[in-house]
Design a protein. Structure first.
Length: 450
């Protein structure tokens, strides 16, 4: 009897050991596969990411947990999460300054599939030749032109330029000559001027004190090899200020309105002028198609809406593209397990390479994806979004990064806009504008939290 009990006890122990072994094996298998924990930045995208997580887990067996920070709490939420055992394996930074804050948690992504397929690698957040942040959605801006009007100009017998298409216009000198001659031929072309009005009314001047101002700052930092994650960005010399003046003067001179009237003009006015074919050009971003097409009486066809880079006369600008950027960069937590890092890298690659993932990216998240994995049928339908993608894909062309994320404050931008208005109206000379830009940048940077 004792022997029988001993045998039974041994059998029970063997079964228990087998069960524990099975559980341990399952756990090891799950750990080996890894999992993804994503801290999402935008509450409005949370439901879409939850859908994607469920689809991906069903397809691959890999668990994807999506957590979303409340509006305006991302940095504080990320800091709190990073200190726990449930730290995100996938998170976001907003650019070079975000990288400076989180570089100790950013994995080198240089060898990932997603980075390899980034259309313009200059857009990534890099340090020491390695990529630590990959942009996953971009926007862009430049000079929008109406091909119907420029084609009409090229058909004029009396024109003074020798250009036969916009493809030949690839620097400021050529743009200057073209705009001047379009202005001279405005009546023959049935327009009021080459460029839409420059809106320098307070609160309506962001295209100039931020977007246009990005050009000289970008070239100063780029050509002086400034580390964008360092304190070296807290001072500028406005080295390319005269290049800024080049294009601003062209906007003011070859315009539908006299420069003295820019203080009463809004962005809406400018977009309406373009939509009603009162001008050939307007500076704005890819979001502008909705503004153009939504104008009552719009005359501009989608197939005629094209982009030209903002040329300012900088040496080598023939290879310059549009101003393309984002404040949304994927980072993988370098402190996560090897399995979780691999699972995370695989997930973001699936998102931008699989049919399901790309459909969600384009049609549900509404992204312009900066990767070469999207074919023509998978791209956005918005004509300006398509232009952004096409310019990013041009051989030998480098996009202008969004360095305006490094501008020291809103007050700096507002002061610059006010100075531009006075300059346009003849109440301030350019040397004074330049000096104030330099001093304001330094003083505002000194008060910045960065």
């Amino acid at each position: 009897m004792k022997k029988t009990l001993t045998i039974k006890a041994a059998a029970v122990l063997s079964l228990a050991a087998l069960a524990l072994s099975s559980c341990g094996g399952a756990k090891s298998k799950e750990e080996a596969k890894g999992s993804v924990r994503y801290l999402n930045f935008k509450p409005e995208s949370a439901a879409v990411y939850q859908e994607l997580a469920a689809i991906y887990e069903k397809e691959t067996g890999v668990k994807v947990i999506v957590e979303t920070a409340a509006n305006n709490t991302y940095e504080s939420t990320l800091a709190a999460k990073m200190a726990t055992a449930e730290a995100p394996t996938l998170f976001q930074i907003n650019g070079p300054r975000g990288y400076a804050n989180w570089k100790d948690y950013c994995e080198d992504l240089s060898d990932t599939e997603l980075y390899k397929h980034l259309s313009d690698k200059s857009l990534a957040i890099t340090s020491g030749g390695k990529a630590y942040g990959i942009p996953y959605v971009v926007e862009g801006y430049g000079i929008i032109y109406n091909k119907a009007i420029t084609d009409k100009y090229f058909a004029l017998e009396a024109r003074e330029t020798s250009f036969s298409s916009m493809d030949e216009v690839n620097n400021f000198a050529k743009l200057h000559a073209l705009a001047d001659d379009i202005q001279k031929n405005a009546e023959a072309l049935g327009i009021k001027g080459a460029f839409a009005s420059t809106s320098l009314k307070a609160g309506e001047d962001w295209r100039w004190q931020t977007h246009l101002a990005n050009l000289p700052v970008y070239y100063e930092f780029k050509n002086n090899n400034v580390d964008l994650a360092s304190d070296a960005t807290k001072k500028i010399t406005f080295q390319y200020g005269d290049n800024y003046k080049n294009i601003l003067d062209l906007y003011l001179t070859d315009s539908v309105i006299p420069a003295k009237n820019v203080g009463i003009k809004t962005v809406t006015d400018s977009m309406a002028e373009f939509a009603l074919e009162e001008c050939a050009f307007v500076q704005n971003g890819n979001w502008a198609w909705g503004q153009i097409s939504g104008v009552t009486g719009n005359k501009v066809l989608a197939e005629n809406v094209k982009y030209l880079p903002i040329y300012t006369g900088v040496e080598g600008e023939e290879k310059q593209g549009l101003c393309v950027g984002t404040e949304n960069f994927y980072c993988v937590n370098s402190n996560a397990s090897a399995a979780d890092k691999k699972a995370t890298e695989d997930f973001i690659w699936w998102l931008y390479s699989s049919g399901i993932g790309k459909d969600y990216v384009t049609n549900k998240l509404g992204f312009i994806a900066p990767f070469d994995t999207f074919n023509a049928a998978e791209r956005p339908k918005d004509p300006l979004a398509l232009e952004i993608i096409d310019w990013m894909s041009k051989d030998g062309i480098t996009s202008v990064a969004w360095n305006f994320t490094l501008f020291p404050s809103q007050r700096f931008k507002d002061n610059f806009g006010a100075s531009l208005l006075k300059y346009a109206q003849g109440a301030k000379d350019w040397a004074q504008v330049k000096a104030e830009v330099v001093s304001d940048w330094e003083s505002e940077s000194a008060q910045s939290a960065f």
